[in-house]
Design a protein around this ligand. Structure first.
Ligand code: PMP
Ligand code: GLU
Length: 399
């Protein structure tokens, strides 16, 4: 047998968001003053109470293996938060923590998908879902959503994608990359489809705390008992508590799904970092005012960045309702030139911008949204201002 990488792994596309972020960070390390709108990572310091909890965990000897699904402490804290925030009831055997919500999602797809099972994903979508589905042997079925519809799929369009092989629907609410949120009527219609046609909804609500314009987040399993039984709810501490590096995410759902995920996890990673589990438990139970403070900062940044984008001739964006991303329409840039180089697509635009104006963003093709670029405004207002000045000057130079 010749040496070499498996077919499965050879085909994995590396995460474009992380790749773009790494590129920006490498340029910065080489002394280039890059403004980074690429990574979806809050720039805020992790709250002091959480940092203290992490240190305390070490001193208290929380350095051992924990139960595979997570400590009682962290699962109790998650159950408490879900009850407090949404009135949701989850028993401890209906919750599992993993190494970030990314790992939770990976395990969920591995657990739910048989070979050739179909998973419906509205696009633009977060980079990792299609690859995760493929790694689980499943097949992604995409529902294309248009900017003029607020990037939301119609229920009829979703219905057309359902086949006897449909195993799950991926709901990202609020959404990465387009920052929209789903209205209650659409959510209810989706649940009705899931119940009638029997599929799970993997409800990725990692941006639940970041909703703007006075709107409220609707957690899918709150809608009805059927919504609860058909939902695998995914969340985590990365975005709400600025804890991306501590790697704690969770799933809450029917006990049989969580048990299967736990078995899978027991043979793959075991439980996540024990001290980080303690820090996450503290985050979920501490005074939550810092979460609201960060949300307010994000809302200010969102309003500013949208106003700046829409003031640049040829660029535009819709004002998002949640998360910390904005999809910038760059369709009028296609066909223009920077010096001798023609811009053929959103990747060309992003690369030229990075190399010449030192602004990093992620081209839309990473999210199956050619003609757009995603900007994360999880950076200071000062940097947003600087980055927008550079973007504006760059666009002026295009012929
Ligand atoms: N879901 C979405 C939509 C995301 O944007 C992210 C960000 N990485 C994740 C899940 C995973 O987050 P983490 O692994 O940091 O918990
Ligand atoms: N979710 C973030 C993003 O979309 C972090 C990077 C990643 O995990 O893909 O930028």
């Amino acid at each position: 047998m010749p040496l070499g990488i498996s077919k499965n792994c050879r085909n994995i596309a590396p995460s474009a968001t992380l790749a773009m972020d790494a590129r920006a960070k490498a340029m910065r390390a080489a002394g280039v003053d890059v403004i980074g709108f690429a990574a979806g990572e809050p720039d805020f310091d992790t709250p002091v109470v959480v940092r203290e909890a992490m240190k305390d965990a070490m001193d208290r000897g929380m350095t051992r293996y924990t139960p595979v699904a997570g400590t009682l402490e962290v699962r109790q804290a998650i159950a408490y938060r879900l009850k407090e925030d949404y009135g949701l009831d989850y028993e401890l055997n209906q919750i599992i923590v993993s190494c970030g919500a990314k790992h939770t999602l990976y395990t969920a797809f591995q657990t739910l998908c048989n070979e050739h099972d179909e998973v419906i994903i509205p696009t633009p979508c977060w980079v990792s879902y299609p690859e995760m589905v493929r790694m689980a042997g499943g097949v992604s079925v995409f529902v294309e959503c248009k900017e003029e519809d607020g990037f939301l799929p119609s229920i009829e369009a979703i219905e057309k994608c359902i086949t006897p092989r449909t195993k799950a629907f991926v709901l990202t609410n609020p959404s990465n990359p387009n920052g929209n949120i789903w209205d209650e009527e659409r959510l209810r219609a989706l649940v009705q489809l899931a119940v009638e046609r029997e599929f799970y909804i993997i409800s990725d609500e990692i941006y639940e705390k970041l909703v703007y314009g006075g709107k409220k987040h609707i957690s899918l399993p709150t809608l009805s008992p059927e919504a609860w039984t058909h939902t695998v709810l995914v969340g985590g501490v990365s975005k709400s508590y600025a804890m991306t590096g501590l790697r704690i995410g969770f799933a809450a759902g029917p006990a049989d799904v969580i048990a299967a995920m736990t078995n899978y996890q027991s043979q793959s990673t075991s439980a996540p970092n024990s001290a980080a589990q303690h820090a996450a438990a503290v985050a979920y139970t501490m005074d939550q005012s810092c979460v609201e403070e960060m949300r307010q900062q994000f809302e200010k940044r969102k309003n500013y960045i949208c106003q700046r984008i829409n003031a640049i001739p040829g660029l535009s964006c819709r004002n998002p309702d949640g998360a910390f991303y904005v999809m910038m329409n760059v369709k009028q840039m296609i066909g223009k030139r920077y010096g001798e180089t023609v811009i053929n697509n959103s990747s060309d635009f992003a690369l030229l911008l990075l190399e010449n104006a030192h602004v990093a963003l992620v081209p839309g093709n990473a999210f199956m949204a050619e003609g757009y670029c995603r900007l994360s405004y999880a950076c200071s207002l000062e940097n947003i201002e600087k980055g927008m000045d550079r973007l504006e000057a760059f666009v002026k130079e295009l012929k």
